[in-house]
Design a protein. Sequence first.
Length: 121
Amino acid sequence: MGNLLHVEVHAANIHDTKSGESILKGALDKYPSIEGVSADAGYRKTFEEAARNLGKIVHISERINPKEWVVLPKRWVVERTLAWLNNSRRLSKDYEISINSAENMVIISHFATLLRRLSRL
C-alpha cells in the first residue's frame, strides 16, 4: 500500500524534476530515516542528481515498452495510490483557492482511502 509521506502543490509550469527535489527534502525533514526513493523515468537527471547529493538511493523505473506488457516493480504502488486519490470528488477539479487547502484535501482524501482499505481487513 502506498502511503503519502509529504505533499506539495505547486504551479503547473514547474517541472517535476525540479519540484521533486523540494518534495524529497520535505519528506526527509519529517522522516530522516528514508534510505531511498523510487521514481519513474520522468525524474531522471536533475532529481536523480539532487537525491544522490543528499546521499539517497534512487530507483528509476524503466520506460514502458508499448509492444509488451510488463509489471514494473515499484511503479504500480505509486500509480495505484494516485488512482485511489482520483476517486475523490473534491480532487477531481481545482476547487481549492489556496495551496494549503489543496494540500490538506490531498491528505484528507488519502486518510479516507486508507481507512476504507484498512476497514476491509
